[in-house]
Write a protein of this length. Structure first.
Length: 602
């Protein structure tokens, strides 16, 4: 390609970028010159980087901290110019704003020499936030857009939800980010400050590729983890990152708009959050609360064939193969936990098939016939429900189960919350009794505006009043001994869909139940990671008479810290070799809570 005419006007890169979010010369044809700082062309020799272009940076910066000295050049349509880092180039093209990023859509690229540019140290926390197009608070890195930077600090992996689809790892300064109401009381102003503070501590490490739903090979680190090929967990660490800053919606223009680092040096993680062995909680009866991630024996064909009416959407495995994978992981997880009673959430609400499947699997895998389940039949009208399975060699049921719904207490809206199941068990060794209540309260996902229960913006999310009323009803109901046990020892477990400092949890404590998760684990407890913030949604409460008999409470962090690509699903053309049915890791998206009881003889 010819050089631009001798009298062509060279526009400085900083003048193209400008001092605001969009370019002051958007839509104009310009010619710029700079040094290639990041090569992300669609090059068959570089299978990791294919953003369809490259980044250039001015040899001599303008020393204005409000304007960037770098820019992304999109040259996918320009044939025959293969640039490398360190090339000095002249580029002509049209200035565009694509998904909020200033780019130069090249019509001519010419290598004119060679040179170097210095990387700018980027230190967290940052000092400015902005709001993206979907209303999320994000760090504002506009003044670094397109520039080569280094992040010398040690950063922590705080989220992996978009690892599989977009090749993204969410990183944060000073450890993993925590949900606001996990350690602090609900508060509108406090929640707002929390969002800003966390945004300033966070940055996204991207994989430098425009492909979606492809295993991000950049993040395979066999020497730093526990799997033969895949190792990253939330809580792991990385230092001395080097790359270029861009603003986009993720691979292929999808996902969340944010500034992200595209690496020019291969990132290497340090495994500091090793996979845990099953916790030892002691006691003569051990209980586990476990959200089973939509365990459905009815295969999800895409048709509405589930639920008590046979007209609800199925939520679990999309094929027999997926179901077998899910089943194997669930069974192995329960047996590895070495517990005697398991309270389950998110199992298909059918008369008995879901629980029979689990019990049959436990008996087959253990080579016994010890496992059984509380046969409640269909519970309520939701597609999912709670359930109880137990080891008959250690405990037996006493009396009949009981259910809490709106007919028992109108405060408990079972059209929103799943019905609570209560059953009394006795230890076969000494007859010591405990009544266990299994819960799954309304999620934060969908709203309760029709009930006059909106999200107030204080950190508790949608439907807080609905969950709080349910908690009040639950506390009173269990105190009334609904199973007729004649014993005051009560253990309440389940997915409360509320973090440690939220109203439903404080309501249980105010009613006289001890929050034994907080007592034994503390305010750093977490069982779920959402949008890169960790918190405890899965809880355990004990009546005053039961507290002295508790020998231990632990979370088993086998799920929340693991990337979703390791679960039973075969979405996105997953590499099946990464799946290990004998491993408990990513058996669900919630971590189980385990409780040890040394039940006193009755």
């Amino acid at each position: 390609m010819p050089l631009p005419p001798a009298n062509a006007t060279i526009t400085p890169i900083y003048a193209v970028q400008g001092a605001s979010d969009s370019s002051p010369v958007e839509g104009q044809v310009v010619t710029v010159m700079g040094i290639v700082s990041g090569d992300f062309q669609d090059d068959d020799a570089d299978t990791l980087s294919n953003l369809g272009g490259f980044f250039i940076q001015a040899e001599r910066p303008d020393n204005d901290t409000q304007t960037s000295d770098g820019i992304f050049v999109f040259d996918r349509d320009v044939v025959g110019v293969d640039v490398r880092v360190g090339d000095k180039v002249s580029v002509s093209g049209t200035v565009e704003e694509r998904y909020g990023e200033t780019q130069l859509k090249a019509t001519r690229v010419e290598i004119t020499g060679a040179g170097t540019v210095a990387a700018t140290d980027l230190l967290l926390p940052l000092d400015d936030t902005t709001i993206n197009s979907v209303g999320q608070v994000i760090a504002n890195l506009e003044r670094y857009e397109g520039m080569l930077v280094t992040l010398p600090q040690a950063l922590t992996v705080t989220g992996l939800a978009d690892l599989e689809r977009f090749g993204e790892v969410s990183l944060s300064l000073d450890g993993r980010l925590q949900q606001f109401t996990n350690a602090r009381l609900p508060d509108i102003a406090g929640r707002s400050a929390h969002l800003s503070t966390n945004a300033l501590r966070r940055i996204i490490l991207d994989d430098g590729a425009s492909r979606q739903n492809v295993l991000p090979a950049r993040f395979l680190h066999p020497d730093t983890g526990n799997l033969p090929e895949f190792s990253i967990r939330v809580g792991d660490r990385i230092s001395n990152l080097r790359g270029v800053i861009r603003y986009s919606r993720g691979s292929g223009g999808s996902g969340t708009e944010a500034y992200r680092l595209e690496p020019v040096v291969e990132p290497r993680f340090e495994s500091v959050n090793a996979r845990p062995v099953p916790p030892v909680v002691g006691g003569n009866v051990r209980v586990m609360s476990f959200n089973a991630l939509n365990y459905f024996t009815t295969i999800d064909s895409g048709q509405n064939t589930c639920g008590p009416d046979g007209k609800s959407g199925c939520r679990g495995a999309d094929s027999i193969v997926e179901f077998e994978r899910q089943h194997a992981k669930l069974i192995n997880t329960i047996l590895m936990a070495n517990v005697h009673i398991v309270g389950l959430m998110e199992i298909e609400n059918n008369p008995s098939a879901s629980l029979e499947s689990i019990v049959d699997g436990l008996n087959a895998a253990s080579g016994t016939s010890n496992w059984s389940f509380v046969d409640t039949g269909t519970i309520g009208t939701d597609a999912i429900r709670v359930g109880l399975v137990f080891d008959t060699s250690v405990v037996r049921t006493v009396g009949q189960f009981a259910l809490l719904d709106a007919s028992v207490d109108p405060r408990f809206l079972d059209a929103k919350n799943r019905k609570t199941l209560a059953q009394t068990f006795a230890a076969t060794a000494n007859g010591g009794r405990v009544t266990i209540g299994v819960n799954h309260l309304k999620s934060k996902g969908s709203d309760c505006i029709s009930l006059g229960d909106p999200d107030p913006g204080d950190g508790q999310g949608n439907c807080n009043m609905t969950r709080t009323n349910a908690a009040a009803a639950l506390a009173q109901w269990l105190a009334s001994d609904p199973t007729g046990s004649g014993d005051t020892d009560i253990l309440i477990i389940g997915d409360m869909n509320a973090y440690l400092r939220e109203d439903p949890i404080r309501t249980m404590v105010a009613a006289g139940y001890e929050n034994i998760l907080e007592s034994f684990v503390g305010t750093d407890a977490y069982s779920f990671v959402f949008r890169g913030e960790s918190g405890a949604l899965d809880h355990a409460f004990a009546s005053a008479s039961l507290v002295p008999q508790i020998t231990g409470v632990r979370e088993w962090h086998i799920n929340a810290d693991e990337p979703p690509l390791l679960d039973y699903n075969l979405d996105f053309g997953r590499d099946d070799t990464l799946f290990d049915p004998a491993s408990p890791f990513r058996a669900s998206d919630h971590d189980p809570v385990m409780i040890g009881l040394s039940l006193s003889a009755d």
